[in-house]
Design a protein around this ligand. Structure first.
Ligand SMILES: [Zn+2]
Length: 206
């Protein structure tokens, strides 16, 4: 992985002109559009029910604005297991779809963002990543970025003690439906890698 790009197929397909890319999560899908600074479409589906969804980015704006993004894992825990975290940064058709997903996977409600807000986060995070002088932001800089986007509170905090381990249940999804898998947290990385290799993704299928 080279954020926001994924070298393996994922449920987050970005089409830009004649090119296609995979992102590791909904945020990274939007991040590809932000990084390459060109219009395009993120093709994905509701992570609850598999209903096809897409987000168009034109002229620096994301459309439509229907749908809600949820980040289930608190920001300061993202890098405990980034593969698991990516699998929980998802797009949903509405609040009831998020509630159903949380109930299904035993996750508390995470941070929710409107599409436009998620796009602004992607643009702020990845918009300059192709610049020759790009460098990874430090904690203070990242906090300022999040605050500037109105993203505050415990779920966005980057400081403080970690508490219980991240859930061991891993949601997996592929074109056309949801597949349930339960694996130990330690096995998340290999299990998901295997899943990603095995899942048939058909970029050309409509
Ligand atoms: Zn749904």
């Amino acid at each position: 992985m080279a954020n926001p790009l994924s070298a393996v197929p994922s449920p987050f397909l970005v089409r830009m002109g004649g090119r296609a890319f995979f992102g590791s999560c909904v945020w990274d899908g939007l991040g590809i559009l932000a990084m390459l600074q060109a219009g395009g479409t993120l093709e994905t589906s509701c992570s609850c029910c598999g209903e096809r969804m897409s987000i168009d980015v034109r002229d620096g704006r994301a459309q439509p604005t229907e749908g809600i993004v949820q980040f289930a894992i608190p920001a300061k825990r993202w890098w405990e297991n980034i593969v698991f975290t990516w699998k929980t940064m998802l797009l949903f058709r509405g609040e009831e779809h998020i509630d159903r997903w949380c109930s299904q996977w035993g996750q508390p409600l995470g941070a929710t963002l409107a599409i436009e807000q998620a796009w602004r986060l992607a643009a702020a995070w990845y918009g300059n990543k192709m610049a020759p002088d790009w460098r990874r932001a430090g904690i203070a800089e990242t906090e300022a970025l999040l605050e500037g986007l109105g993203l505050g509170g415990a779920l966005w905090s980057l400081r403080g003690e970690l508490r219980s381990p991240v859930s061991a249940r891993v949601p997996t999804r592929h074109a056309g439906g949801v597949r349930h898998e339960a694996v130990s947290l330690a096995a998340c990385g290999p299990a998901l890698s295997g899943w990603l290799r095995a899942v048939p993704i058909h970029p050309g299928r409509q």
